[in-house]
Design a protein around this ligand. Structure first.
Ligand code: BCO
Length: 597
């Protein structure tokens, strides 16, 4: 792996804050640490650590965490996308830290951090992070061992615990997203001097010997991944005729086990070459007798070629083989789009993501993940300050470099599931929040995600403001989870901004609802203000407090008045009583918590 960025020490304020928050002392019993000094035998010809070797260490460390929690043998089911950011060279020390974020039934998510240390300069840097899913082995009876729940302790652990459920959702949809995308065709392009895809084809066989097995005497997952990286690297080298650098691996899925004596057939081919990256598809099959091949793993790997300054070089284009090759060529274009969407929406820091991202079915799952995770991350921040309190409505604020966020806490006399059902029906919000003048459902994406058009008053007296909001509604998926209604703006081609109406944008807003005692619940409402509106808000914090107080008093009354109407999961607006209206000042103050284009 060559380094595009040097091992810079962090100076970004947001990163510093995150690191500070990460520094909570954790006594997680599942935490496992491995450190290795990089020897020439771990490296490629450039004296850089081979990715295959790193994957072996990652798999072992993560498996030890999983087995510590399960107290029984576990296997790797999948390893999510991994993005390698930095080089590790001979003589440096790589440290891998893993712990179980959350246990589901028989599977658990293990979070893995890889960092590197230069012993001479004293510098430390992050290399990558990854999430792997491990599953308990079946008992002799064929049943799976059911896992005990993880009890997160620190705030960071609670956040990871909570987000693990969202990541599981994305993981489970991964194959469908890929397949679905491929139904949306792309135009094929002809390039002069393109390299024939056939030239990049690699087929290699490995015989699974005892040194290739794990402690359960099945083929070691890390070894399979290393063999896959090996053939993929050869395929990429054949295209670029130099030594490529592996930058990203799309999820490894271990579809079935293999054993000693199996022959593993590893096939790789360049699917497509873009201006500065190459996608290689790799497939692993296991067999004892020819013709009885079992597909055990597949992955897509992205390579780059870096110049002496670590900058990506322009690459030759690929001429796909007819039919199958053309299909893979088009699929690689679709996957590149997903990867960009995913990186854009999920991996970037929140302050780097533009406010409204275009919504489409292809990026829905990532936008919805981003929506929920941004709200949960905001809620988990430690530095909330109580600004004012009136009649059990508490207003908190959180100041960060470019953001000012608000939280309103109030206890309501209804259980959390009732509050959730009533508040999740966003079309009813105008009945308790007059800042919402109109709210129409545009599209129900699935059971949990909805697109709405919301009209509100504007700071400008004569024109209205409207929003296109993605609402992601989540019921708890296990103990320790809250009810969540996350809201963020998206762009919809079917609903462009209209004349006479300012298109506003919501960065991050929504409700987190938790049961308290005696059938009551704690309602926390969050709203993040963007830099553009900070001057307005800062000059009128008192007005804002009054607005929040009025609106959430109305909200409380609305919930109490309608608790008996909420007998089913789905509720309609007709049978609900509206609560007292908030005044004009409330609307204007709240509108400051969103931005205008
Ligand atoms: C020292 C390192 C450790 C190793 O070397 S392990 C060796 C490499 N790994 C392997 O050989 C595993 C091969 N795969 C398998 O054996 C099976 O496919 C595997 C993973 C056990 C799943 O078996 P199935 O019969 O499909 O199981 P199931 O449908 O009953 O599901 C059981 C739980 O597993 C989960 N699962 C299955 N495939 C998954 C995936 N791709 N990604 C994430 N989670 C996955 C599934 O959701 C279910 O979870 P839960 O029980 O609801 O918590």
């Amino acid at each position: 792996m060559a380094s595009r960025k040097s091992a810079v020490l962090k100076n970004n304020e947001e990163e510093k804050q995150e690191e500070e928050e990460e520094e909570e002392v954790s006594d997680s019993p599942t935490e496992v640490k491995m450190s290795q000094i990089i020897m020439p035998c771990h490296c490629n010809h450039r004296q850089e650590l081979c990715v295959g070797q790193l994957l072996k260490w990652i798999d072992i460390t993560a498996c030890l965490s999983a087995e510590r929690h399960a107290m029984s043998p576990c296997v790797t089911a999948s390893m999510d996308d991994i993005n390698f950011e930095h080089t590790i060279r001979v003589g440096q020390v790589v440290s891998i830290k893993s712990k179980v974020n959350r246990a589901f039934n028989s599977s658990m998510e293990v979070g893995i951090q890889v960092s590197c240390e230069d012993l001479f300069s004293g510098h430390h840097w992050k290399v990558c992070h990854a999430y792997a899913t491990f599953v308990t082995q079946r008992k002799e009876t064929g049943e799976r061992v059911l896992l005990k729940p993880i009890v997160p302790e620190t705030q960071k652990e609670q956040l990871e615990y909570s987000l693990a459920a969202e990541r599981r959702r994305v993981r489970m949809l991964h194959d469908d997203i890929i397949k679905d995308l491929l139904t949306h065709g792309c135009d094929s392009v002809e390039f002069s001097n393109a390299v024939a895809a056939e030239k990049t084809k690699v087929e290699s066989v490995e015989l699974v010997l005892p040194p290739h097995t794990n402690h359960q005497v099945n083929t070691f997952g890390g070894q399979i991944m290393a063999w896959m990286v090996n053939v993929a690297t050869i395929a990429a080298s054949r295209l670029c005729q130099t030594h490529p650098t592996l930058r990203t691996i799309d999820m490894f899925t271990f579809r079935g086990p293999s054993q000693i004596g199996d022959r593993l057939l590893l096939k790789a081919i360049v699917n497509n070459a873009f201006t500065d990256s190459i996608e290689v598809g790799v497939r692993a099959e296991a067999y004892q007798d020819l013709g009885t091949n079992r597909h055990i793993n597949s992955a897509f790997m992205i390579f780059e070629v870096l110049d002496d300054h670590g900058k990506p070089c322009t690459l030759p284009r690929l001429q796909p083989e007819p039919l199958e090759g053309e299909r893979r060529f088009q699929e690689a274009i679709a996957r590149k789009k997903i990867r960009l969407d995913r990186k854009y929406i999920i991996s970037r820091k929140q302050c780097e993501v533009p406010l409204s991202v275009p919504w489409n079915p292809r990026n829905q799952v990532y936008l919805s993940y981003n929506n929920v995770s941004t709200l949960k991350t905001l809620a988990s921040r430690k530095k909330w300050r109580l600004s004012s309190e009136k009649d059990k409505v508490r207003l908190y604020s959180l100041e960060e470099k470019t953001m000012l966020s608000f939280r309103v806490d109030t206890e309501v006399d209804v259980p959390a599931h009732t509050a959730f059902s009533l508040l999740a029906e966003l079309c009813n919000r105008p009945s308790w929040d007059t800042y919402y003048q109109k709210c129409d459902l545009i599209h129900q994406v699935d059971d949990d995600d909805f697109l709405y058009h919301v009209v509100t008053p504007s700071v400008h007296p004569r024109i209205h403001q409207d929003f296109i909001l993605l609402a992601s509604k989540r019921r708890p998926c296990g103990s320790g989870d809250s009810y969540v209604i996350a809201l963020r703006s998206v762009l919809l081609t079917s609903h462009p901004p209209t004349e006479g109406c300012n298109r506003g944008e919501v960065l991050c807003a929504g409700f987190i609802i938790q049961d308290t005692k005696n059938n009551m619940s704690l309602l926390s409402y969050y709203n993040q203000a963007s830099p553009e509106v900070l001057p307005y808000i800062s000059s009128d914090i008192a007005g804002l407090s009054t607005s929040f107080y009025n609106i959430f008093s109305s909200c409380r009354e609305y919930l109490t008045a309608n608790r008996l109407h909420c007998t089913s999961e789905t509720i309609t607006g007709e049978n609900l009583n509206s609560s007292p209206q908030s005044n004009e000042a409330d609307r204007l103050s709240l509108s400051l918590c969103s931005t205008q284009q």
